[in-house]
Ligand binder design. Structure first.
Ligand code: K7E
Ligand code: CUA
Length: 649
């Protein structure tokens, strides 16, 4: 999140060490609680956003060990993601190839309000996108772009059965897209919410968008139980300012939580109450059978407008520039984390329904009824701390809220709203995560605080320091700090899930007989080199410990050489790499049964080595080959071989 006016606590005077909970008599038992013995597995997966790295990292809990980085929105040379021909289409947008984004909120798919371990969604904040990661392969398999949006922050929070993942524009923009003076903001700008449908196979589509006033739509969560069918979005900048927001957008005593009745929206879609408007957005899908991604540009989207669709949107007044909005496991309480407030405001879903029934409205804004604060508020957690941002739940009747300014997590009781415990975080905590903590069935054993500033917590690494996660035991009445571990990029949000929900479905390799890649070679007999004008296609295979072919001649300066490399291995944990000297991209890292393609445009004559980058056997260092590049006008014939001292032909 953006920096606040007030200084984080650590700026006032950093504590000299871990503080009262970091050492001393407790440290022995804390160490035991996070120690996962060599060869043992962690109990939970934690999926952490990489923030401005654009990726997702997978950690084990309670150990905090980093298990994998999943490339999502950013190029990744380690895996060739975005560099190889197969995954380049994943990063296509209506603006062309966008090889980076700012990823904030991982969100697990749910069934009946429980995390189900099928998919992980994550938002791209900068160039509005939502990605889906398949949790059988831990690979990004789909990215959808969102039109009429600027800054996809309030995303991609799921509904109870993953009917939708939602998205809201953080920055309102002119609608329809047009060239206007920025100071016409209040008249020409609009806010747009998107409901992305997810089908049984996980495929996403923009089902509809909802046109709202030009506020900033910051975060969201969907209802559960009785409130299933509704999604709640926080707003700030209800002042509708476009400059110096730190002052101008902090004027109103209350902003709003927008309550969206998406079941009602579905009825309006069925009844044809939408406008289909021109909009450009890409939809990128990775096909597992061809090992190839495909990007499609779409030109239209369905938009619902509240003035045509009564009873679809309501505003709940909420103090004070609320950031997170979180719904408790029963679905009754909607918590608005007013980041410039000391209190937490809790709204009641049933009171909201009564207020709607009684048509007890304070006013309307662009045909949207504003409910009366007193009619919807259930209570507040008073003077809990400074700068509340996010809340999660333990499933045992408690909420846990992060306070950025006072750098702490505060535990409070649902219903009585009393604070029962607080622990410091080091420092400036943003989100927190309890496995299942935003679902109907939290697994309330651990809590992870995701901190922005680390200062003196780790060995210094120059001006740039890591961000950090802190693990707390929340199984008892009092929270107990167990462990610090560094994170990649900026870990805004994270989601956790029992390993048992994922492990049985994890794929170990790709079945070679199912490989439908158009340039596959399913055995060494199928390997070959073909010239098509200036393009040269090398159908290559890998198996411990050689490439086939490993000697290639007849390539010329100015050719475009496609190395289509199929890994013939059918065993877990035997990838091969492929790298060629002078390539202007990255390596390939090819999983067993997979085909990947590297393009190489030789610019100089000579003989160039290629080799396997992944230490795959005792003879890995022998896994090498040569490709000869001749002048453009040379008569050297195309030939390829493996195991011939003197190539024939
Ligand atoms: Cu609070 Cu982007 Cu969810 Cu950062 S956001 S903390
Ligand atoms: Cu194959 Cu190293």
């Amino acid at each position: 999140m953006a920096s606040l006016v007030l200084m984080p606590a650590c700026e006032i005077g950093p504590p000299s060490n871990a503080g009262s909970q970091g050492g001393g008599v407790l440290s022995g038992s804390a160490a035991e609680q996070v120690y996962v013995a060599p060869g043992q597995h962690d109990e939970f997966y934690a999926f952490m956003s990489g923030g401005f790295s654009g990726q997702v990292t997978v950690h084990g809990l309670p150990s905090g060990r980093l298990l994998k980085t999943i490339p999502v929105f950013s190029l990744d040379g380690e895996k060739g993601y975005g560099f190889n021909e197969e995954t380049k289409p994943m990063l296509e947008t209506s603006f062309g190839f966008v090889p980076w984004d700012d990823a904030h909120h991982p969100e697990l798919s749910q069934t009946s309000g429980e995390t189900d371990g099928r998919w992980l969604f994550i938002n791209g904040n900068n160039t509005p996108r939502v990605a889906r990661i398949d949790l059988t392969t831990f690979e990004t398999v789909e990215i959808i772009e969102l039109p009429n949006s600027g800054g996809n922050h309030s995303s991609p929070f799921t509904t109870e059965n993953t009917e939708y993942v939602v998205a809201g524009t953080r920055f309102s923009v002119p609608y329809p897209v047009k060239d206007v003076a920025i100071d016409s903001y209040a008249e020409t700008f609009k806010g747009m919410l998107s409901f992305i449908s997810v089908d049984a196979e996980g495929h996403m589509d923009i089902a509809f968008q909802i046109l709202l006033p030009a506020f900033d739509y910051d975060l969201a969560h969907s209802g559960k139980g009785d409130s299933h069918g509704w999604t709640f979005f926080t707003t700030y900048n209800t002042e509708q300012k476009s400059t110096l927001l730190e002052v101008t957008a902090s004027q109103n005593d209350k902003d709003f939580i927008a309550a969206i009745n998406w079941k009602k929206a579905e009825e309006y879609i069925k009844a044809g109450k939408y406008k289909e408007v021109p909009a450009e957005w890409t939809h990128n899908v990775y096909h597992e059978d061809t090992h190839m991604a495909e990007s499609t540009l779409n030109k239209k989207v369905k938009v619902l407008t509240p003035s045509d669709c009564p009873d679809m949107v309501y505003f709940l007044p909420t103090p004070k520039s609320p950031h997170g909005v979180d719904v408790d496991p029963t679905g009754e309480y909607i918590i608005g984390n007013g980041k410039l407030s000391a209190d937490l405001t809790v709204h009641s879903f049933s009171k909201m329904l009564s207020a709607i029934e009684n048509k007890s409205f304070e006013t309307t804004i662009e045909s949207i009824p504003v409910l009366k604060f007193e009619d919807v508020v259930a209570g507040s957690v008073v003077k809990a701390g400074l700068g509340p941002l996010h809340t999660e739940f333990d499933g045992k009747g408690y909420g846990y809220t992060t306070f950025f300014i006072s750098s702490e997590v505060v535990k409070w009781k649902i219903g009585t709203w009393e604070v029962t415990d607080r622990v410091p975080t080091y420092y400036s905590v943003g989100h927190l995560m309890i496995p299942g903590g935003d679902s109907r069935k939290p697994e309330g054993k651990y809590l992870v605080a995701l901190n922005k500033i680390t200062k003196d917590r780790y060995l210094p690494t120059g001006p740039e320091l890591c961000h950090s996660a802190q693990l707390y035991d929340i199984s008892g009445d009092k929270m107990k700090l167990l462990l610090d571990f560094p994170t990649m990029g900026e870990p805004h949000y994270a989601q956790g899930i029992s390993a048992a929900k994922i492990v049985p479905n994890v794929k170990k390799f790709y079945a070679i007989e199912e490989n439908k890649h158009p340039y596959r070679a399913l055995g060494e007999k199928e390997t070959k080199v073909e010239r098509d004008g200036n393009s040269v296609h090398v159908y290559m295979t890998t198996i411990r410990s050689h490439f086939s072919p490993d000697n290639i001649e007849g390539v010329k300066v100015g050719d475009r050489v496609y190395f289509h490399v199929t890994n013939l291995e059918q065993d877990w944990d035997v990838p091969h790499g492929f790298a060629v000297m002078g390539a202007n991209n990255a390596e390939l890292l090819i999983m067993p049964g997979q085909t990947e393609t590297l393009v190489w445009e030789p610019k100089k004559i000579g003989v160039f080595p290629f080799y396997c980058t992944d230490f795959c056997s005792a003879l890995h260092q022998e896994m090498q080959g040569y490709i000869r590049v001749s002048p453009r006008n040379s008569g050297v014939a195309l030939k390829w071989s493996l195991g011939e001292e003197e190539p024939s032909s």
